[in-house]
Write a protein that binds this ligand. Sequence first.
Ligand SMILES: [Zn+2]
Length: 68
Amino acid sequence: MRHRIVAERLPDGDMLKEWHMARADEQVSMCGRDLAENADELPDDAWGTNRARPFCHTCGALYLREVP
Ligand SMILES: [Zn+2]
């Protein structure tokens, strides 16, 4: 299963709040948050790197369970 990393921004739309993991074509993160359609995305291999920080703890835990 493919995943992608999606940015959640603060309500002002400018500052990054944190990154979430989402399954392939779902518009909801693995922790259940609605994702903006125009949100920034990273490939899932950026997980654990400085590019994808801060990262949602819930999404991180769920992702680890799905990926070998
Ligand atoms: Zn999340």
